[in-house]
Design a protein around this ligand. Structure first.
Ligand code: NAD
Length: 295
């Protein structure tokens, strides 16, 4: 078997065009466009690239982008006061504070200061609780992207799908497991203390890997015909970026597999924009976007 290579760039383009249509419909109804504020503290090179890409994509779907770049020496109280201003700004529907933050700022203080209604990263405890209880909230972008990528392979219905999530982080693994559980999948979460990770992975119809360990998942770990979503981003010594899955080996057994780069990564920003549209619609009492993502 040669696995279908799931084209995350293409799927993200489709998602962006649906969001663009949603933005037009929103602006016709409400008389303004949704706005996303991006806050970057310091000069971390990777964070600068992420924020630049997010700003570019925000503008490309027709939303307003508010960019705030603060110096490395910014105090926690200065950052919290900017977050307060953005919470109160009616033009701003979504707020993202790029992580990591410099050492003098406690990330959890900042995350919990963002209004849950504008928390388009889905990191506020109110949204974490809502997603864990399966009652909505704003969903973290990366697991939402994984769900959208996987959905067509199960006809949009995860009920009874044997799913294994590798990793239990708050940003990816846990919310991924909760999203699948809410859709009645059978979910196993494995992590660094799991005795035999491979034996769990082998029985899965759907494997989502977010471990941060290059090439961790080998071909003989994966069951014939499984759908494998690789979240990992690992930079090797030679500068090459690879995922957590051994692409060549797993391609020989899986039904479908995401590449790295070009798989989950592009979907993450797409879902940030989708969440901003969702937040804007909810703030205006217009419900959730209906853009047919099959989830
Ligand atoms: P994390 O370090 O917070 O969590 C990693 C998890 O994997 C932990 O729960 C750990 O127990 C588990 N783990 C580590 N090694 C393991 C092993 N050998 N076997 C089983 N489990 C193991 O990481 P994270 O924030 O969840 O990110 C995971 C990866 O996904 C990283 O490579 C990160 O760069 C990438 N990532 C990508 C995107 C994207 O947009 N594509 C977004 C977020 C994270």
């Amino acid at each position: 078997m040669t696995a279908e290579r799931i084209d995350g760039r293409l799927r993200a383009k489709e998602l962006d065009s649906r969001v663009t249509e949603g933005v037009s419909a929103f602006s016709e109804k409400v008389g303004r466009v949704p706005g996303l504020a991006a806050v970057l503290v310091g000069t971390d090179a990777a964070s600068q690239i992420y924020v630049r890409n997010k700003v570019k994509r925000t503008k490309s779907v027709g939303m307003l982008s508010f960019e705030h770049v603060l110096p490395e020496t910014t105090t926690e109280s200065d950052l919290l006061s900017l977050v307060d201003d953005l919470n109160a700004d009616p033009r701003v529907d979504g707020i993202l504070v790029q992580l990591p933050l410099p050492g003098q700022i406690r990330a959890e203080r900042v995350t919990s200061a963002v209004s849950p209604e504008k928390d388009v990263d889905g990191f506020h405890i109110v949204n974490v609780g809502a997603v864990a209880s399966g009652v909505g909230g704003l969903v973290p972008c990366t697991p939402l992207g994984c769900l959208i990528l996987a959905a067509p392979f199960f006809g949009g219905d995860f009920a009874g799908v044997e799913s294994v999530v590798v990793g239990r982080s708050n940003i990816v693994g846990r919310p991924m497991a909760n999203l699948l559980l809410a859709r009645r999948a059978t979910v196993t979460v494995v992590h660094s203390a799991t005795r035999d990770v491979a034996s769990h992975v082998r029985g899965a119809d759907l494997v989502v890997v977010a471990a941060g360990s290059a090439g961790l998942v080998r071909g003989d770990w994966v069951g014939e015909g499984a759908v494998v979503i690789d979240v990992g981003i690992n930079r090797l010594a030679d500068g090459k970026v690879v995922g957590d899955v051994n692409f060549e080996e797993v391609s020989g057994v899986a039904r479908a597999l995401t590449p790295v780069p070009g798989g989950v990564g592009p979907m993450t920003i797409g879902c940030l924009l989708l969440n901003t549209l969702t937040a804007a619609l909810r703030r205006e009492g217009l419900g959730d976007p209906d853009i047919g993502l099959g989830i």
